[in-house]
Ligand binder design. Structure first.
Ligand SMILES: C[S@@+](CC[C@H](N)C(=O)[O-])C[C@H]1O[C@@H](n2cnc3c(N)ncnc32)[C@H](O)[C@@H]1O
Length: 223
């Protein structure tokens, strides 16, 4: 079966054989792929019955009904949570944080998140809730930059810039990371150009961000 590069990246981060909660599964293509190729058992969860109609159709066409439980509900609702990996992708940070709120004691082995916005808030709140970041990936697909983060329970303290741009991405030597940071620098240069006279505080803040990002772009692989 064919998965786009974003879903493929998400799939590659799921440990083989784990129970998976895919919250906001929509089409359930990720779940189908995971059951076919990664020995996972999935809960495909979405709050929209219209999305699940398509999900059920897809699941039936790959004959994996016995490996995927389809549930129409808001997040985890009242279900008893098993030891598992959680995937939450393709929605905004506020919704993602709402879904995870109050679940700090759940037996999640790994939480995989692809938010559509505000990674700074996502990192900050997850840190405050007692999670630490274990992986950060960037991917450019269909003219969009995606950031995918994974978390486990643990104590971490990230600096303000690391919260904004990624404590692990900073150390990443990949070409994708360099291109992503270069894109962020260019965006900030554009903003600086468009800011009217004054706004000195904002200008200074953006300039500091550019310096940090430029420095982080020069990360060399340590031997
Ligand atoms: C844009 S789709 C993303 C689908 C898939 N996860 C992906 O990354 O391709 C977002 C889905 O999340 C669902 N959703 C949003 N908030 C939800 C919640 N609180 N509980 C369950 N599903 C939710 C929406 O109904 C929608 O189908």
């Amino acid at each position: 079966m064919h998965l786009n590069r974003r879903l493929l990246l998400l799939a590659s981060l799921v440990p083989r054989g784990d129970v998976v909660y895919d919250i906001g599964c929509d089409h359930a293509l990720l779940d189908i792929f995971l059951t076919l190729y990664n020995q996972n058992e999935c809960y495909a969860i979405d709050q929209k019955e219209s999305a699940l109609k398509m999900a059920r159709k897809n699941i039936a066409s790959y004959h994996v009904e016995d490996k995927i439980e389809v549930l129409c509900q808001n997040g985890f609702a009242t279900m008893e949570i098993k030891e598992s990996t959680v995937v939450i992708a393709g929605m905004g940070t506020k919704t993602i944080l709402d879904i995870l709120e109050g679940r700090e004691e759940s037996p999640f082995k790994k939480i995989i998140i692809q938010s559509n916005n505000d990674y700074e808030e996502l990192r900050r709140v997850m840190m405050q809730r007692g999670y630490k970041i274990t992986e950060e990936h960037v991917l450019f697909d269909n003219k969009i930059w995606y950031v995918v983060l994974t978390f486990i329970k643990g104590v971490a303290k990230y600096s303000p810039f690391a919260l904004k741009f990624g404590p692990l991405l900073k150390k990443d030597c990949s070409i994708e990371k360099k291109l992503y940071y270069t894109y962020l620098i260019e965006k900030r240069k554009e903003i600086l150009k468009k800011l009217p006279r004054g706004h000195l505080g904002k200008k200074l803040e953006i300039k500091k961000e550019i310096v940090w990002l430029t420095h982080a772009c020069r990360t060399k692989e340590r031997k």
